[in-house]
Design a protein around this ligand. Structure first.
Ligand SMILES: N[C@@H](CCC(=O)N[C@@H](CS)C(=O)NCC(=O)O)C(=O)O
Length: 208
């Protein structure tokens, strides 16, 4: 059976939820924070990041959106093939959430990587939260336009990554109250049995 490597608090929760939703035959292995920089894991993913999937033949797949694409192609429900409207919208949403929104969090999790002085670090953080605020406003708009329940109007893997991004708002000066439709989505996700199972497998709690 393939193994998904995760760590508490991280974006690996997204494929972890997808695995729970699909009841996919994938083992979920949760590491303690810090183990991702140790030799055992670096021999699996030299990038030292989660998520990663190790297959029985030794092949390794990294990058959340690629792992979700593999899960969808192998175990996914009908209507999400990349040759369908919903499938290509899902690919678009996941690329946006991973390469734009998640990547923008670099200025929150590691502002010192972008600035040399304390004042410059503060400036990076300020700009980061402005940028993130724009992303959340856009996602709130998309979700509202699509009926408010699921990001693409029907439950998809985009909802799993959106939930990860919503959990991180808690660590920033941004307010959930500015994104009411996203906030309801987060509450809906936390009531979901698959999400509860994935959180448990990743040693995490719902935010409540
Ligand atoms: N582009 C990667 C990003 C993966 C990533 O940044 N993972 C974070 C957790 S959300 C991580 O492993 N951080 C640990 C570190 O950088 O030390 C993806 O989409 O999978």
């Amino acid at each position: 059976m393939p193994t998904l490597y995760t760590m508490p608090g991280t974006c690996s929760l997204s494929p972890n939820i997808a695995i729970a939703w699909l009841n996919a035959p994938v083992d979920v292995h949760t590491m303690a924070y810090g183990d991702h920089k140790k030799d055992d894991y670096l021999s699996i993913n030299p990038k030292g990041k989660v998520p990663a999937v190790k297959f029985e033949d030794g092949d390794v797949l990294t990058e959340a959106s690629a792992i979700l694409a593999w899960l969808g192609a192998t175990h996914g429900s009908e209507g999400f093939g990349r040759d369908t409207v919903l499938g290509r919208k899902e690919a678009e949403a996941l690329s946006y959430m991973t390469s734009e929104v998640h990547a923008a969090y670099g200025g929150h999790f590691g502002p010192q990587n972008f600035a040399a002085t304390d004042a410059a670090v503060e400036e990076v953080k300020k700009k980061t939260y402005e940028k993130l605020g724009g992303h959340y406003a856009r996602m709130n708009e998309v979700l509202t336009e699509n009926g408010g329940e699921w990001y693409l109007g029907r439950r998809s893997f985009a909802d799993t990554f959106l939930y990860v991004l919503m959990r991180w708002v808690d660590q920033t000066p941004l307010s959930y109250d500015d994104y009411p439709t996203l906030k309801e989505h987060m509450e809906r996700m936390e009531a979901d049995d698959g999400v509860k199972l994935a959180l448990k497998r990743q040693n995490m709690e719902p935010l409540g």
